[in-house]
Design a protein around this ligand. Structure first.
Ligand code: H79
Length: 437
C-alpha cells in the first residue's frame, strides 16, 4: 500500500517540478516558507540625486547622460556592511535581497563582463556585494541577490527608453544572442562569486521566456546549487509569486509567495519622500501577509554613502522588538483561519494545535472567535505569558454549531502595536462549516 502511494506521489511530483532538480520544491523552499520576513535593499547610483531607480531616465524625467553623471557622486564612503547585517538581524528578518544590478545596468560588483560597475566607474571603487554577503552569513541570514534581466544601458539590449528602441530582436538575432550570452555570464559570475541562497530576477516582462532562455537560466542555477530558490520573475520558471506593492485581499492561489513593499513610496533613497508607513502600519500589514501564508520583503534604500536613513533604521528596530516578543506566533507557523471565524489576522502552529490571533488595536470588549469545534486548553498573551479567561456563549446542547468564544483582553497586557494571543487546542484545529452536510 505504502509503495503505491509512494509511486503516485513520485508521478505527481515529476509533473509539477523540473526534471533536472535533485531537491524537491517543498524541500528547497522550506526555509523560505518559515522565514516570514526578508529585507530588500535598493542601492545604486540613483541614491546620489535621490531619484527613481533606472525609471527616471527611462521615463525621460532626466536625460541618460545626466542620470549617468551620478556615477561620479556614488562614494559608499560610510558603507558599513556589518552594521547593515546586524540591523537586518535585529529586525527579525531571516534573509535579505540586495540589488546587484538594476535596470540601469550599473553592477555593484567588479564584473569581468562590463565596465559599467561601481568598482571601475564610481569613487566607491570596490565590490560592495561581497562584504555584505559575508556579514549576512556571519549573522546566519540567507543571501538573496536581485538581478535585472533587462539592461537598458547595454548597447546589445534592444530597449533603451520609453518609445526608444535600439533595434528589433527578430531582425538581428546575432546582436540579441550576444546580449543573452552577456546575461548568462553576469548571472554565472554573481552566483559563482557570492553563492546566493535565492535569486531575485526582475524586468522579465520585456521579453518572452524563449527570448530570455529562461529555462536554461533556471537549469544553470540549479546545476550550480541544487537548493537555490528563484523568484517568479523568470517568465514562469521561478518558484514563488512576487506581488509588488499590493497587499492581497484573499489568500493567493500560489503556495509560495512574497509581497515586496517599500517603507515610503520609493525603492531607492529619495530624501524628499517622507511618506513613510508607521511601524504600526508595517506590523499590521505583516500580520496580514503571514496570516495569508506569505512572506514580507520590506525594502530599504540606503544613501549614496551607505548610511541608512534614520526613519528606516527606526522602523527596522521597532519591528524587531515586536518580532522578537511575538516570535512564537510568527516563525515556523502557517497561514491562519479564514476571516469568517475571526475578524483579523491569525496564524497556526505547524501541527495546527495552536492558534495565534493578532489583535487589531485596543478592543472595546472581549474579542469573539466562532466555529471552532475543538475544546480550548488555555489562552495566553504571547511574549508575556499572562493567562486570559474566556467564556463560551450560545452553545445549544442539541446543535452541532460550536459556541462563541469571548476572550477578555485587559488593557494592561496590550502591546504598543499589535497584541498577539495564543490559544492551545485539544488537537488539530477543526473548523465548523454550516453549509457542509
Ligand atoms: O526594483 C523595483 C522597481 O524598480 C521594479 N521592481 C521593484 C522591486 C519595478 N518597477 N516597476 N515594475 C517593476 C513593474 C513595471 C511595470 C510597468 Fe509596465 C512597466 C508598468 C509600465 C511599464 C510592464 C509594461 C507592465 C506594463 C507595461
Amino acid at each position: 500500500m505504502n509503495k503505491i502511494i509512494y509511486i503516485l506521489l513520485a508521478i505527481t511530483f515529476s509533473f509539477t517540478t523540473f526534471s533536472q532538480e535533485t531537491t524537491g520544491q517543498d524541500q528547497r523552499l522550506e526555509w523560505f516558507k518559515d522565514a516570514k520576513l526578508g529585507i530588500f535593499i535598493h542601492w545604486g547610483i540613483y541614491s546620489v540625486n535621490g531619484i527613481d531607480e533606472s525609471w527616471s531616465f527611462y521615463n525621460n524625467l532626466i536625460s541618460y547622460e545626466d542620470y549617468m553623471k551620478q556615477l561620479n557622486g556614488f562614494t559608499a564612503s560610510n558603507y558599513d556592511p556589518a552594521f547593515w547585517a546586524n540591523l537586518i538581524k535585529e529586525s527579525g528578518a531571516k534573509y535579505a535581497v540586495i540589488t546587484t544590478k538594476h535596470h540601469d545596468g550599473v553592477a555593484l560588483w567588479n564584473s569581468k563582463f562590463s565596465d559599467l560597475n561601481v568598482v571601475k566607474k564610481t569613487p566607491a571603487g570596490r565590490d560592495l556585494i561581497k562584504p555584505f554577503v559575508s556579514n549576512l552569513r556571519k549573522n546566519n541570514l540567507k543571501v538573496g541577490l536581485y538581478y535585472s534581466l533587462l539592461d537598458w544601458s547595454n548597447p546589445d539590449y534592444p530597449n533603451f527608453k520609453i518609445n526608444t528602441k535600439r533595434y528589433d530582436i527578430d531582425s538581428d538575432s546575432i546582436r540579441w544572442n550576444r546580449f543573452v550570452k552577456f546575461n548568462f555570464n553576469q548571472i554565472e559570475e554573481i552566483v559563482d562569486n557570492f553563492k546566493p541562497d535565492l535569486m531575485w530576477f526582475d524586468g522579465d516582462w520585456e521579453q518572452t521566456a524563449e527570448k530570455w532562455h529562461a529555462k536554461e537560466i533556471r537549469e544553470m542555477l540549479l546545476n550550480k546549487n541544487k537548493d537555490i530558490i528563484i523568484n517568479s520573475r523568470l517568465r514562469g520558471y521561478g518558484d514563488y509569486a512576487t506581488p509588488e506593492q499590493g497587499l492581497p485581499i484573499h489568500k493567493p492561489k500560489s503556495k509560495y509567495w512574497e509581497l515586496c513593499m517599500t517603507m515610503n513610496d520609493s525603492w531607492g533613497y529619495q530624501g524628499n519622500d517622507k511618506n513613510y508607513k508607521t511601524p504600526y502600519q508595517i506590523i499590521r500589514i505583516f500580520a496580514d501577509v503571514i496570516s495569508l501564508g506569505g512572506n514580507l520583503l520590506l525594502d530599504i534604500g540606503p544613501k549614496q554613502d551607505g548610511t541608512i536613513p534614520e526613519e528606516q533604521v527606526n522602523i527596522l528596530q521597532e519591528l524587531g522588538k515586536w518580532m522578537n516578543k511575538n516570535k512564537q506566533a510568527i516563525f515556523s507557523t502557517k497561514a491562519g483561519i479564514p476571516r469568517d471565524y475571526f475578524s483579523g489576522p491569525s496564524t497556526l502552529s505547524k501541527d495546527g494545535k495552536t492558534l495565534y490571533l493578532f489583535i487589531n488595536g485596543k478592543p472595546n470588549g472581549p474579542i469573539m472567535l466562532k466555529g471552532i469545534i475543538n475544546k480550548i486548553n488555555r489562552i495566553w498573551v504571547v511574549g508575556r505569558g499572562t493567562k486570559l479567561k474566556h467564556e463560551i456563549k450560545m452553545k445549544a446542547w442539541w446543535s452541532k454549531i460550536p459556541g462563541l468564544v469571548f476572550i477578555d483582553i485587559p488593557d494592561n497586557v496590550l502591546d504598543k502595536y499589535m497584541t498577539v494571543i495564543g490559544i492551545s487546542l485539544d488537537g488539530e484545529i477543526q473548523l465548523f462549516d454550516n453549509n457542509k452536510k
